[in-house]
Ligand binder design. Structure first.
Ligand code: SF4
Length: 215
C-alpha cells in the first residue's frame, strides 16, 4: 500500500475507533484479512455455533470456508444447493446462535452504522440476536457524514446487492442501473437501520480492516 494512503487510513481508523468506543462498541484494527482470520481463530471457541450474514466481504476474505475447514460449527447459509426453505431455516437459527458475523453497508467517521436489508435477518441478528456479534468493515465503507453513509448504503451498495442476487430478485435498479428509490414489492431495501450506539457495552465488536472489502 502507498505510504501516504496508509498514513491516512491509520489516522481515520484511529479516530473512528475512538468514536466507536464512546458508543459502547469494542473495536479492533487489523492490517489485513489474514490477521483478521487469526483473530477469529484465537477468540472463538470451536464449540460455539456461528451464524453469518450474507456478505461479499466475508466471501472475499474466505472466512466462512476457512472456519469450516478448521472445524468450526458455522451455519453456512451460502452452502451450494440449499433450497430457499433450508436457507431460511439457517437464517432463523442464526438469530439464536452463540456468535454472529457479518459486514455493514456503511459507517460514518462519527461511528453511526448503516445497514439496508431485504428480509431483515442481518439487522435482527445484530440488534437483538446472539450474545457476540462481529462486524467486519473495510476502509472503503467509511464515510464522512451520516448523509454520505446513507447515500453509500442506498445508492451504491444496495444496487450492487441487487445485482449479486439477480437470479432471485428483480428490483427496478437492475433495469435502470441506479437506485430509483422504489417502494415496490420487488424492492430489496425493506429495512434500513442506523445504529447510534451498542446498547449492551461490548456485545458488538467492530473489526476494522485496512483493506477494501466488499461493497
Ligand atoms: S431501486 Fe429499490 S431495490 Fe433498488 S436500491 Fe433502490 S430502493 Fe433498493
Amino acid at each position: 500500500m502507498n505510504s501516504n494512503i496508509k498514513w491516512k487510513i491509520d489516522n481515520d481508523f484511529n479516530l473512528l475507533k475512538e468514536n466507536l468506543v464512546t458508543r459502547n462498541y469494542k473495536v479492533e484494527i487489523f492490517e489485513n484479512s489474514d490477521e483478521l482470520i487469526e483473530y477469529f481463530k484465537n477468540n472463538i471457541k470451536k464449540e460455539k455455533v456461528i451464524g453469518v450474514g450474507g456478505s461479499t466481504t466475508l466471501s472475499e476474505i474466505g472466512l466462512i470456508e476457512n472456519m469450516i475447514d478448521s472445524g468450526y460449527n458455522v451455519l453456512n447459509r451460502n452452502k451450494a444447493g440449499l433450497s430457499r426453505e433450508e436457507k431460511h431455516k439457517l437464517q432463523r437459527a442464526a438469530l439464536t446462535s452463540d456468535v454472529f458475523i457479518c459486514s455493514v453497508n456503511a459507517i460514518s467517521i462519527d461511528g453511526q452504522i448503516i445497514n439496508i436489508d431485504h428480509t431483515g435477518n442481518r439487522v435482527s441478528a445484530i440488534l437483538y440476536g446472539p450474545r457476540e456479534v462481529y462486524l467486519i468493515i473495510g476502509y472503503n465503507k467509511v464515510c464522512w457524514s451520516l448523509d454520505e453513509a446513507m447515500n453509500r448504503a442506498r445508492l451504491f451498495a444496495a444496487p450492487l446487492n441487487a445485482k449479486r442476487s439477480e437470479e432471485k430478485y428483480s428490483p427496478p435498479c437492475l433495469k435502470h442501473g441506479q437506485c430509483v428509490r422504489c417502494n415496490s414489492n420487488k424492492s430489496i431495501c425493506s429495512v434500513t437501520s442506523i445504529m447510534e450506539t451498542c446498547s449492551e457495552k461490548g456485545r458488538i465488536k467492530v473489526l476494522l480492516v485496512k483493506e477494501s472489502l466488499g461493497f
